[in-house]
Design a protein around this ligand. Structure first.
Ligand SMILES: Cc1cc2nc3c(=O)[nH]c(=O)nc-3n(C[C@H](O)[C@H](O)[C@H](O)COP(=O)(O)O)c2cc1C
Length: 192
């Protein structure tokens, strides 16, 4: 079996079925070349509320899986809506679970903000604050505001607006360039 040239973990901050943020990441995965394993993180809703006690005793399986998926990824891309002036609690909860495992330390990471122009900056700033706190390696050229026009996701859940697709392709290219320039971390091939 051929190993993928790169593995990307795509984390949406929205649990909504018709999410524009998830559509953007799904489109990113769709645009990825065949030798790139780009997968959407599917378990945001399943993560328990962060508890430092279990960190030291029995780590929940879904949290262990999250950490393995981050460790196995060459880069992580986030796309999140803004809730109440910040990032959704469910995404902050995910990020809190990564702190103890140092999972995101030095991990190439990027954010995409698909909110209307000038919107969503509270979530964007909050995400950047956390990514800096956990010492993720922000891929600056990949971190972009790509305001998705209303209704820009088709029935297949993919973004159809051509300008947005062009921007998403540029994000993907920047992320893959950063992965290619980063030596693989320990445990980078532990998940199949
Ligand atoms: C509970 C809640 C709080 C929200 N708070 C904000 C906000 O503070 N600022 C903002 O620009 N949009 C806010 N919104 C709008 C969402 O960010 C917007 O609908 C976004 O497109 C949802 O992303 P999704 O399509 O990926 O689910 C809020 C939406 C909800 C449901």
């Amino acid at each position: 079996v051929t190993q993928p040239q790169a593995r990307l973990l795509l984390i949406s901050g929205s649990t909504r079925s018709g999410s524009s943020n998830t559509a953007a990441l799904r489109t990113l995965a769709h645009l990825a070349p065949a030798d790139v394993d780009a997968r959407l993180y599917e378990e945001l809703s399943k993560l328990p509320a962060f508890n430092p006690d279990t960190e030291r005793t029995a780590l929940p399986a879904v949290v262990a899986s999250l950490r393995e998926q981050i460790a196995a990824a060459g880069a992580v891309v986030f796309c999140t809506p803004e809730y109440a002036g910040g990032m959704p609690g469910s995404l902050k909860n995910l990020l809190d679970w990564t702190v103890g495992g140092t999972d995101l330390n030095d991990k190439p990471a990027a954010w995409i903000n698909v909110a209307a122009a000038g919107r969503g900056t509270g979530a964007q700033d909050a995400l950047i604050t956390v990514l800096r706190y956990v010492s993720a390696a922000l891929i600056e050229p990949a971190c972009r505001c790509i305001p998705l026009p209303p209704g820009s996701a088709g029935p297949d859940g993919l973004v159809t607006d051509p300008d947005s697709v062009t921007e998403l392709r540029a994000v993907l290219d920047s992320v893959l360039a950063a992965v290619a320039a980063t030596p693989p971390a320990e445990g980078a091939s532990t998940v199949s």
